[in-house]
Design a protein around this ligand. Structure first.
Ligand SMILES: [Fe+2]
Length: 295
């Protein structure tokens, strides 16, 4: 990448000048993937779902950094959706998830942080994750713009939605939901190296040109969201979008999509589709090697 020095945190000056008040402004939401506007969203024609999603999103709109994330009282239907996804993915992880994910997932279950019968609360997860890798979770009302999202990463803050995907499409969500944030991101963010890698992408985004930001967003997407890795001769997933969607997890590891060896110069210009499964996934030679490229 032309601005590769950004990964070496030359924008520390910007980091030090920013505080929680600035982060309160980093929550510009991209509304196009929401059920009110996205015709292909499974909740588009479900007025009850849209109202409930909006209620939970409103809680995040009032959130101030430095305070506790709001608690949500999840309904029986939302809990049933969580359980269906949790149980289905739990079975797939043993064959489809990378070793780091499996180890972290088992620890979260053993510590009773994740259970199939209870939707976890952001505040509890944030406290747990902070102790593990220094990252905190903050509530947001939807898909945050790439610039604001990456800026939060620079300050070890991970924006999380709190609503649950539509019950008729538990296998995949066209927008981030709590299941994606937890079963995708939180489990992987317990790994210090991945957390540090995310922080470096975030710092590189501070003050970056729009053109460079697009490349960083693509790099983030094809690693943290859709990343695959080769382990013991097999391809496994470490990307959050895959590990939180049993539809795309099985698809990504099938012979249908194209698997390319991870290459920064290609991944940063590869188009990605937020509404559909990807046509191309990048496979790292090893998890540690991929992260080491950016140290
Ligand atoms: Fe995500």
């Amino acid at each position: 990448m032309n601005e590769q020095p950004g990964f070496n945190c030359q924008r520390r000056d910007l980091v030090s000048k920013t505080c929680g008040e600035d982060l309160n402004n980093c929550k510009k939401v991209v509304h196009s993937c929401e059920p009110d506007l996205n015709h292909s969203h499974p909740g588009f024609n479900d007025v009850v779902y849209r109202k409930r999603r909006a209620e939970i999103a409103m809680l995040a709109a009032d959130y101030k950094h430095g305070t506790d994330p709001p608690r949500v009282e999840y309904t029986e239907q939302e809990t049933a959706t969580w359980k269906e996804v949790f149980d289905t993915l739990s079975q797939l992880y043993t064959t489809h998830a990378c070793n780091v994910y499996q180890k972290n997932f088992e620890k979260l279950k053993a510590d009773n942080v994740l259970r199939n019968d209870t939707v976890p609360q952001l505040q509890d997860l944030s406290n747990y994750l902070y102790a593990a890798s220094g990252y905190k979770l903050c509530p947001v009302s939807g898909l945050v713009s790439a610039r604001d999202f990456l800026a939060c990463l620079a300050f070890k803050v991970f924006p999380c939605t709190q609503y649950i995907r539509h019950h008729n499409a538990p296998m995949h969500s066209p927008e981030p939901d709590l299941i994606h944030e937890v079963l995708g991101h939180v489990v992987m963010f317990m790994d210090q190296k991945l957390a540090d890698f995310s922080e470096r992408i975030g710092k590189a985004s501070l003050g970056a040109s729009d053109e460079f930001l697009v490349k960083l967003a693509a790099l983030y997407s094809f690693t943290i969201e859709f990343g695959l890795v080769r382990e013991d001769g097999q391809v496994k997933a470490y990307g959050a979008a895959l590990l939180s969607s049993y539809g795309e997890l099985e698809y990504a590891l099938s012979p249908v999509p194209e698997h390319l060896d991870f290459d920064t110069s290609i991944a940063t210009v590869q188009p990605y589709d937020v509404n559909n499964y990807q046509k191309v996934y990048f496979v790292a030679g090893s998890f540690q090697h991929m992260l080491h490229n950016f140290e």
